[in-house]
Design a protein around this ligand. Structure first.
Ligand code: AMP
Length: 226
């Protein structure tokens, strides 16, 4: 395929991160997860991190202008010339419009917005059991993907914690934010004819297989057009 500019959309806990990492390995494209970028900025104590922290701790979205600057810079980078995978961005209609403007300026267009669909009760179960490694951000789940030793990361041996924004009241807030601010993107990308829906309730491998299938279909369609 000429280039693959992909967006992953889905509620918090829908598995975007897991799928993004697996796609990154498959496609060898840069993977930009805004939640990870912001958490790293908070840890490093940068100006962006300082601005973002209070919003993130409350489960609110950080202001559009903070995040739009970060992503516009990334997609213009040389490493993103053949495409990129966005996870957690855009999350609002103004962010989607800014992304369209930035990509158009580069003479390119988005290939697909992949919506990973998971029912809300399943999402709440996933988020409340999630444990994250303090050091490397590796993610486990007390029921679905437990670490070998309780409370300890399999990868680097550091402590597993409940992320502040995975605490129950903050989870509820994040879900409301998703419904109100991010779900309108489904209509936005449907109108552009690039929305691709994927059932996110299966295991990570099943969902990854489904996404690979749909990308293969897009590739065939593009070849037929050429
Ligand atoms: P995530 O790990 O993707 O769930 O993101 C964690 C938090 O980072 C969110 O709850 C927001 O506070 C913030 N965040 C991440 N991406 C964005 C975005 N595109 N726009 C605004 N806030 C964001």
């Amino acid at each position: 395929m000429s280039e693959l500019n992909l967006i992953l959309i889905g509620s918090p806990g829908s598995g975007k991160g897991t799928q993004g990492e697996s796609l990154q390995e498959d496609l060898r494209l840069p993977y930009y997860a805004t939640g990870d970028i912001l958490r790293a900025a908070v840890q490093e104590g940068t100006e962006v991190g300082r601005q973002a922290k209070e919003y993130m701790d409350r489960g609110d979205l950080v202001p559009d202008e903070v995040i739009i600057g970060i992503i516009s810079e990334r997609i213009q980078a040389e490493e993103a010339e053949d495409g990129f995978i966005l996870d957690g961005f855009p999350r609002t209609v103004p962010q989607a419009e800014a992304l369209d403007a930035a990509i158009e300026k580069l003479g390119r267009r988005m290939t697909a917005a992949i919506l990973i669909e998971v029912p809300t009760d399943e999402i709440v179960k996933r988020l409340s059991g999630r444990r994250t490694c303090e050091q490397g951000g590796h993610v486990f789940h007390v029921d679905f993907d437990p670490p070998k030793r309780e409370g300890i990361c399999d990868v680097d041996g550091s402590a597993l914690i409940v992320r502040d924004d995975d605490k129950p009241d903050v989870v509820q807030k994040r879900l409301v934010q998703y419904r109100e601010k991010t779900e309108p993107l489904v209509g936005y990308y449907e109108q552009q004819n690039i929305l691709q829906k994927v059932d996110g309730t299966g295991g990570p491998d099943d969902v990854a297989e489904h996404i690979r299938g749909l990308l293969a279909t897009l590739k065939r369609e593009e070849e037929m057009e050429m």
